[in-house]
Design a protein around this ligand. Sequence first.
Ligand code: ADP
Length: 222
Amino acid sequence: MKERIILLGPPASGKGTQASRMSKAFGIPHVSTGALLRSEASLGTELGREADRWTRGGSLVPDGLVIRVVGDWIAANGPRFLFDGFPRTVGQAKSLDELLRDVSAPLDLVILLELDPVEIRGRIMDRLTCRGCGETYGGSLHGLENGGSCPTCGGKLARRSDDTEDVLAERLRAYCESTLPVVAHYESTNPGILHRVDAAQGSDAIYSVLSALVDWEMQKAE
Ligand code: ADP
């Protein structure tokens, strides 16, 4: 079974949803750098306050801060992970290559969820996030409203502060400029490791493709 996995894709491509489902099914820890940075910010740590300055405007947090968070996570939890939203720059990808080389634990799989900008915008403008458990929902799809209760934990549903038109435009710019080159990095340094998946399909269809990539035998048994 593959246990060092990266999920790449633009905002709202379903990385978080798929990572959380696969993490439960396969027992591989789900690590979202966005969630780790938001949690540092809500704890009010110096790193969190610094990260928040960038995140608020939709810019990428500087590589040094992100690598510190990821390096600490690997040191504390070991090299088994499903990264969601990391690496987002070629610099981060190279640092991760080094971190993994140091512990002799090579990357197993990179998945790229592809989605066009019109669909991305529609999903982001409809997205509600639980302030309690972090779960996300398509508001109109699930009949939920801003300020309502989370069907999973009962927490309060809200729009994420960076889920706005202006901030989304900046996040998409950062994705095209900084994250798409990460795809080329893996295709050139690790041929065959990267798989492209159409993220416009339904969530269950995407999950079947991803779980087959992670472990065909286990997926058949589900
Ligand atoms: P989304 O995928 O919807 O943009 P995330 O929760 O993954 O949401 O990220 C939210 C924000 O956190 C990003 O816009 C960025 O500012 C910051 N961030 C998350 N991961 C990284 C990373 N690997 N490198 C730099 N910034 C990051």
